[in-house]
Design a protein around this ligand. Structure first.
Ligand code: DLL
Length: 433
């Protein structure tokens, strides 16, 4: 069986990839300048024309696109093709914090997306003889159908389970002999916990691969999932604005490769907008290189990561990015200190005393902020009684204080009392305003 889904594009030399990117970029910039008045106006304002793109570095002369631009032009103001004649699909983000983000696709866009997804799944080791349980929501959300189409392309047997009805998920796994699970990492945990309650040992089932994504998860969480489910936990990264999942995917060495023949990444300092070199952490900026319906030029993802161009053991030459553990807008300021939920997750998980279910609550206490971290502990802690619970809480609070220099009150709550996620988990509640 072949090692790569598309060796030609996954293993190009740097010279080849850069030449391909430049050509595609010139075409894309010309396309949006002609077709989308929003981009034409923005480029004119800073006095640049499509012909000014002579090298990849010239992209830095172009302005960024931000989420508000998409919201202000909702639903199809940034569309570069005739609606609806030239489009075949419209997805949208959930829009919990405002108007949804729309993602229209032409027939070509769909083909490209499916190609990127097939690469991702193949790279995770998924093959035509796999039985795939797709527990992402198969609706407006790009996760469900994106993964479904990729698995279809490979020729897997797909069970379109969708999220929820967790007991049935386990029955399906057992009865159909599921070998691959698609879900958010938090839902994978919910499934594993339910299985335990039902007395089903998932490790004894044929399940061997998970392809997870759509929300930040720490490395500790990945290991926990691998161990609980007895699988290799792979990852996909993506966003509605840039087609959905398929922007980046993990390989056998767990590196996240970006499909850089489709998407051109840059890293900037989120405060100054300055472009940062490879190996430096900052905000990920993405430009689509082949999309027709709604191309994106220098889109500010708010996702914080680092790019690397080092030889990967898997043989792919596609650039890699560190896993996204936080967003620049996820950051909370607690009594003047910057805090990211992912830091807290790593700190409590590395203790090995805690179940991977937690919630961070920020509250006002007089003039100060209070951070409460509610966690569920491992069974043996509850069994050992109140004193052990108290000691564990104190130990974890101290560990957080010693590491990030901020006081947090860790509270071990009763087993099964924290909400369980079926999609993207909500782990931070800010009650301060
Ligand atoms: O979450 C697309 C997707 C579906 C990716 C399924 C992977 C798997 P949106 O709903 O538009 O699209 O949310 C995009 O989710 O900017 C990140 O902040 C976050 N995100 C997505 N994948 C990952 C990941 C889909 N692997 C936003 N790790 C992005 C961390 C992720 N965060």
């Amino acid at each position: 069986m072949k090692q790569f889904w598309n060796e030609k594009f996954e293993c190009m030399s740097l010279k080849e990839i850069e030449a391909f990117q430049l050509q595609s970029l010139q075409k894309t910039i010309k396309w949006v300048y002609q077709k989308v008045s929003f981009y034409r106006k923005k480029f004119d304002e800073v006095g640049i024309k499509p012909d000014d793109i002579k090298s990849l570095e010239d992209l830095s002369k172009f302005p960024f696109t931000v989420k508000t631009d998409l919201r202000n032009n909702y639903p199809f103001g940034l569309c570069a093709v005739q609606m609806p004649d030239e489009t075949v699909r419209i997805h949208a983000s959930s829009g919990t914090t405002g108007k949804p983000i729309t993602g229209p696709y032409t027939a070509n866009d769909m083909e490209q997306w499916i190609e990127c997804m097939a690469r991702s799944l193949w790279s995770a080791g998924i093959r035509p003889n796999d039985i795939v349980q797709n527990s992402y929501g198969m609706g407006l959300f790009t996760g469900g159908l994106g993964f479904l189409q990729g698995a279809d392309k490979i020729g897997c047997a797909v069970i379109p389970a969708g999220p929820g009805m967790t007991e049935r998920q386990i029955t399906l796994m057992k009865d159909f002999g599921t070998t691959v699970l698609f879900a958010t990492p938090s839902y994978a945990l919910t499934i594993s916990e339910k299985a335990k309650k039902l007395g089903v040992d998932i490790k004894k089932l044929p399940l061997k691969i998970g392809a997870f994504g759509a929300e930040p998860w720490s490395n500790e969480m990945r290991q926990e999932i691998e161990q609980r489910l007895g699988i290799k936990a792979h990852e996909a990264y993506g966003l509605t604005e840039l087609m959905g999942p398929g922007v980046a995917f993990s390989c056998s060495a767990y590196n996240l490769h970006i499909n850089e023949d489709h998407i051109l990444p840059e890293i900037i300092d989120p405060d100054t907008g300055e472009i940062l070199p490879l190996g430096t952490q900052g905000e990920l900026i993405l430009t689509s290189l082949q999309r027709e319906a709604m191309p994106m030029i220098r889109y500010r993802t708010k996702d914080i990561t680092t790019l690397h161009r080092e030889k990967c053991a898997c043989g792919r030459t596609l650039i890699t990015m560190d896993r996204v553990q936080r967003r620049s807008d996820d950051m909370k300021i607690v009594n003047g200190v910057n805090v990211f939920p992912s830091q807290i997750e790593s700190l409590i998980m590395e203790s090995n005393l805690i179940e991977p279910f937690y919630q961070i609550i920020l509250r006002k206490k007089g003039y100060l902020d209070a951070m409460i971290v509610e966690v569920e502990a491992k069974n043996e802690i509850y069994e050992a009684g109140t004193e052990k619970i108290k000691n564990t809480e104190n130990m974890l609070s101290k560990h957080i204080k010693d590491t990030i220099e901020i006081g947090a009150q860790v509270i071990i709550v009763p087993q099964n009392s924290l909400p369980r996620s079926e999609g993207k988990a909500k782990r931070l509640i800010d009650e301060r305003s």
